[in-house]
Design a protein around this ligand. Structure first.
Ligand code: IPD
Ligand code: CA
Ligand code: CA
Ligand code: CA
Length: 264
């Protein structure tokens, strides 16, 4: 079993670094940018090319594994049986297009629905956040500390301005209060990076009203392995096959946000 996961991990790390090289090389070329669900929902030829790269590698090396990816080159999955790779080839496409930084490649590898390996690769900073079930979380080969509770008044919380505005999915007023009572708020525009920052203790919590499995799969494994907690905004476990709201935080902080700002 260990040897099998060693092998999967070695290939995943090799492919994620190679994906990073390809993305960095793409900065010198002209991007093809298209829109998806709306005018602000961008996708590029690089997002698609990187997902195709992972799909081809996984199918060649591990033909019995399954792949769930944002850009549609994976498998139509209805269950999480066996080994499933959940991949976002570029998380933070808007940042990729507008800033050429603050985006990441995100991978979670699951066995029968249980997270085994998590990766978030900040391509431009060349920072690879990595976790393996039972082995803690590492950043470029150095171990990260286990997460401990902190008071809300000393917390830095990642927000997305859209959930502070009036919105039909959740009551924004308690969240405005949370933003006021926290020490500070940040908004980086890449869910995967924001989750990796929670795992690394750079952020104390991250909330989102709606994410897809590829946005949070890798980061969720990192945070849980660091001793943090990841649920939806009602405190229930995340569904890896569909959209979810997400609350990811240090232990204690998670419980306090649920109790004081989200329960009605
Ligand atoms: C998006 C980013 C963003 C989050 C959006 C996601 P994408 O992913 O993670 O931070 O707020 O909900 O869709 O489309 O850039 O991979
Ligand atoms: Ca997208
Ligand atoms: Ca994403
Ligand atoms: Ca994406």
């Amino acid at each position: 079993m260990t040897a099998k996961w060693d092998e999967i991990d070695q290939w995943a790390q090799q492919w994620i670094r190679e994906a990073g090289e390809r993305i960095r090389a793409s900065f010198a070329e002209k991007l093809t940018i298209e829109t998806k669900a709306n005018a602000n929902d961008l996708v590029t030829n690089v997002d698609r090319g990187i997902e195709q790269f992972f799909a081809a590698q996984i199918r060649r090396r591990f033909p019995d594994h399954h792949l769930l990816g944002e850009e549609g080159f994976g498998d139509p999955l209805e269950a999480l049986d066996g080994i499933v790779w959940i991949i976002d080839p570029i998380d933070g496409t808007m940042n990729f297009v507008h800033q050429q930084r603050h985006f990441a490649v995100s991978i979670g590898v699951f066995a029968d629905g249980v997270g085994q390996l998590g990766y978030v690769y900040d391509v431009v900073a060349d920072e690879l956040y990595w976790a393996r079930k039972g082995q803690g979380v590492w950043l470029n080969g150095a171990p990260l500390s286990r997460l401990r509770p902190v008071p809300i008044a000393e917390s830095v919380i990642a927000v997305n301005a859209t959930w502070l505005m009036e919105n039909r999915r959740l009551d924004h007023r308690p969240l405005v209060r949370l933003a006021k009572e926290a020490r500070g708020t940040r908004s980086y525009g890449s869910a995967a990076l924001e989750l990796a920052y929670v795992a690394a203790g750079r952020l104390d919590a991250y909330l989102s009203p709606r994410l897809s499995p590829w946005d949070f799969a890798g980061g969720m494994i990192l945070i849980e392995e660091a001793g943090g907690v990841v649920t939806n905004l009602n405190g229930a476990p995340l569904d890896l096959l569909g959209p979810n709201s997400v609350l990811a935080a240090k232990p204690g902080v998670h419980e306090e946000i649920l109790r004081r700002y989200l329960s009605r």
